[in-house]
Design a protein around this ligand. Structure first.
Ligand code: C5P
Length: 304
């Protein structure tokens, strides 16, 4: 086998409860991840060195050196296998870069799946998950897909039961936000407000809404503790979120560390209407319709 292509979805966080800052610089989380139908594609081709090329949506903002998360993942996998494997990775991006939708993590997960296949390693998902957690807190979920709750840094995952499909509209912003900067701003705001930071807990109404496939209840239960920090750093997001609510979104929130905003619709038709209204209102660089949950990456023919 000379070449393997893997398609990998973006995520939105349905609940992001941020606990106290830990000694290692991370925060303990309750992070409800939900994979949605915006996909990057990674093609791995056998080669002697380790190289990467990035194409598509904001490709110029993604490093093409050893800082690239997909290359870091491929190198870590080769290290785990104890061999000096080589690969050329081509990443075709549709997931917004530094947008709070785990695009870099998705590419790293896709590289693990593609190289595992290309190099004939046959490692089980559990092994890939361990390597993934060292690359980034969101990479294990990017391997799993579907809907899952992450604890610890977000890397300890339990899949969640979900009925039906949820329809989303994503409003993309101009430029990205650094995850570390948004977490630091969250800490700063909490300290300035004299807030006592509670231990994070999964919201029972949110889990019940997912089990029941109840979009209205899910919309009311969406929450993101990073949202005040993202809005503080990017004031224009307040207007984007308000516009979505005004146009009838069942729920509106910043996706992860932002700056992408996510709006929940009641149906595919409602999502189209909401997307058209948001475009018209000119509150986003671009507007994308998607649905979730969708499965995680698997090697093989890419669906049309
Ligand atoms: O794990 P990852 O490299 O994606 O995290 C990026 C940054 O986000 C970390 O350096 C840290 O500042 C912040 N972070 C955090 N707590 C988490 C996950 C990420 O503070 N649970």
């Amino acid at each position: 086998m000379n070449s393997v292509t893997v398609r990998v979805p973006a995520k939105v966080n349905l609940q992001l409860a941020v606990g106290p800052l830990r000694d290692d610089g991370y925060h303990d989380l309750v992070n409800v991840f939900h994979a949605v139908s915006i996909f990057d594609e990674v093609t791995a081709t056998a080669e002697t060195g380790m190289t990467v090329r990035v194409e598509g949506e904001s490709a110029d903002q993604v490093p093409e050196d050893g800082d690239n998360l997909a290359i870091r993942a491929a190198s870590a996998l080769a290290g785990h296998a104890g061999r000096s494997y080589g690969v050329n990775l081509v990443i075709r991006k549709a997931i917004p870069v530094a947008g709070g939708m785990a695009g870099g993590s998705a590419d790293a997960a896709a590289a693990l799946v593609a190289c595992n296949e290309l190099w004939g390693l046959g490692l089980p998902l559990e092994d890939l998950m361990e390597i993934a957690a060292d690359i980034g807190s969101d990479v294990p979920f990017a391997l799993l897909g579907g809907t899952a709750v992450g604890t610890g840094r977000g890397e300890r995952l339990t899949p969640l039961e979900v009925s039906g499909t949820f329809h989303w509209v994503f409003a993309l912003a101009e430029g990205g936000l650094s995850t570390a900067t948004v977490y630091a701003e969250c800490d700063r705001l909490r300290e300035a407000g004299g807030e006592r930071v509670a231990w994070p807990r999964a919201a029972e109404p949110l889990l019940a809404a997912l089990r029941a496939g109840d979009a209205e209840a899910l919309g009311a239960a969406l929450s993101n503790d990073l949202q005040p920090a993202a809005v503080m750093l990017r004031g224009s997001l307040a207007r984007t979120l308000a516009a979505g609510r005004e146009y009838g979104a069942l729920g509106a929130l910043v996706s992860g560390s932002g700056p992408t905003c996510a709006f929940l619709a009641g149906s595919a038709a409602h999502a189209s209407e909401l997307a058209a209204s948001l475009k018209e209102a000119d509150v986003a660089r671009d507007v994308i319709i998607a649905h979730g949950p969708v499965p995680g990456p698997v090697p093989g023919p890419v669906p049309a």
